[in-house]
Design a protein around this ligand. Structure first.
Ligand code: 5GP
Ligand code: MG
Length: 178
């Protein structure tokens, strides 16, 4: 196993700050915009983005959590028991602009499932996708991110190791594992 550092803690924070500025560029004061992090690991990123946005806009932005487990197209094809995470969207998404947030975009199947899961909560006016790592050339579906932290060339056997937890951002790191 070979590990190559893609983003260290400093660069990771710089990237989050840049993504936040891009979001503000498009969503101004976030009047009609809500954030939804995809379970499990998109949530940590969504929390970091929300925190930074709150600082920048000086208000508390709504953040929901969405679990896609039961909406996946491979849901019934698994031979191991399924462990689902919580979905918690404590606001209306009807007519809102929704920013879906995930750590890694790979085949696009998770995002497709997320769109399905989200529609059960209402009909947003607009949905955008923020992916912190965009694994290029690996999509199975016509899904592309609107905001990207870093694009990484990967082959199927490689994996992006995202090290972040709910314990704060001091040790955040992203690696490419071969
Ligand atoms: P997709 O459904 O697009 O194939 O995969 C995206 C989902 O699987 C994301 O929610 C992401 O968390 C996870 N994922 C896919 N590839 C990787 C990877 O290389 N590293 C990590 N950490 N997660 C991945
Ligand atoms: Mg995930």
């Amino acid at each position: 196993m070979e590990k190559r550092l893609i983003l260290d803690t400093d660069l990771l924070q710089i990237t989050i700050n840049r993504l936040v500025e891009e979001l503000i560029e498009n969503h101004k004061d976030f009047q009609d915009t809500v954030l939804i992090g995809l379970q499990p690991r998109g949530v940590f990123l969504a929390q970091r983005i929300q925190k930074r946005l709150n600082q920048r806009l000086n208000k508390e932005l709504p953040l929901g959590l969405l679990d896609t487990t039961f909406y996946r197209d491979d849901f019934r094809r698994r031979d191991i028991p399924i462990k689902a995470n919580a979905t918690d969207i404590p606001f209306l998404i009807e007519d809102k602009k929704v920013i879906l947030i995930d750590d890694v975009l790979f085949t696009g199947r998770t995002v497709r499932a997320a769109l399905d899961a989200m529609i059960a909560f209402g009909r947003p006016r607009l949905v955008e996708l923020l992916a912190f790592i965009d694994r290029k050339y690996t999509r199975d579906l016509p899904i592309q991110p609107d905001y990207v932290g870093q694009r990484v060339n990967t082959i199927k056997t490689q994996r992006v190791l995202v090290e972040w937890t709910d314990q704060g951002a001091e040790n955040d790191k992203i690696w490419l594992v071969t």
